[in-house]
Design a protein. Structure first.
Length: 305
């Protein structure tokens, strides 16, 4: 069942009627809905930090655990490992449309997209109900479906977009789910990269938004953590930098066990650059499908590799 679900999700990325492509939100969210959303989530609760990885296999587990070392941060409330809430945005809007169809007199009296922040705030309040006082919620999701909707669904939260070299993402994905087609996985990464690039053009420079690279978190974790702390208002002086090297591995496609348990990091473990084992066909295929996005995200200066 899990494999069938994975394949269906990939199909949504590679066909023309893809509901997860860039989908600009039309209509408005009323000021009343934004005020109510702040009250629902709790005005005294700090902004949560939500990590959205470019796709599965993008390093959200490692990055979450890295940031989770901060004493102010609390992740996985009630062992909720991922928060696939943003992908439901379309369903929330369809629910509101049915609400309007049930009584058209509500049109114009309620903002067209008011359900988005109300439902999002309710979910955040639910998660925070399991977070100890004084802690800041950290949640993650390996996907950017309906990324453009994030400011409307979660207007009071912080967003960390995590990207990873598409070549390594494809390598890791195919190793984990060999039933998937190589070209389809390339297209999913490319579509997701385009969503992120578009979102960055709209919101780059916003205090609540930051784009980070998984490779930076691996190569220079102390610098990566310091940048995140400075961006989202965490006191970097409280971070236990001496514990970084002892972080074990969970979720690697080359160092995993059947159960969800941490294992000691294997000697020589390096999740960067595994794509170098590709054959010429694989390189040509990725360049044709996603080479331009790889360039725009700064992973190469040309396509001569």
């Amino acid at each position: 069942m899990e494999l069938a679900s994975i394949i269906r999700k990939y199909a949504n990325y590679v066909f023309e009627r893809d509901p997860f492509r860039i989908d600009r939100l039309s209509g408005n969210v009323s000021d009343q809905a934004l005020l109510a959303a702040r009250q629902i989530r709790g005005q005294n609760r700090p902004s949560s930090i939500m990590i959205h990885g470019i796709t599965k296999r993008s390093g959200t587990v490692f990055t979450g655990e890295l940031l989770g070392l901060h004493p102010e941060v609390f992740q996985h409330p009630n062992r909720i490992w991922e928060i696939p809430f943003l992908p439901l945005s379309k369903s929330i809007l369809e629910l509101q449309e049915q609400f309007f169809l049930s009584y058209e007199g509500n049109l114009g009296r309620i903002g067209e997209n008011d359900f988005l922040p109300l439902f999002g705030a309710s979910f955040v309040a639910y998660l925070y109900s399991m977070v100890p006082d004084g802690k800041r919620l950290l949640a993650k999701m390996p996907g950017v479906q309906y990324l453009d909707y994030f400011p409307s669904v979660f207007p009071s939260e912080c967003l960390l977009i995590l990207v990873r070299d598409g070549r390594d993402v494809v390598t890791s994905t195919i190793k984990t789910w060999p039933q998937l087609r190589f070209s389809d996985v390339c297209r999913r990464w490319d579509h997701s990269a385009k969503m992120i690039l578009h979102f960055g053009n709209l919101h780059g420079g916003a205090q609540w938004y930051w784009l980070g690279k998984f490779e930076d978190a691996v190569r220079e974790p102390a610098v990566f953590v310091s940048q995140v702390c400075n961006q989202f208002g965490l006191d970097v002086r409280d971070y236990p930098f001496d514990q970084i090297e002892s972080l074990p591995v969970l979720g690697s496609s080359t160092a995993k066990e059947k159960s969800r348990s941490w294992i000691r990091r294997p000697e020589g473990f390096n999740p960067i650059g595994r794509w170098h084992e590709w054959n010429s066909w694989q390189k040509r295929t990725f360049k044709r499908i996603a080479g331009n996005s790889l360039l725009k995200l700064g992973y190469c200066s040309n396509l001569d590799w």
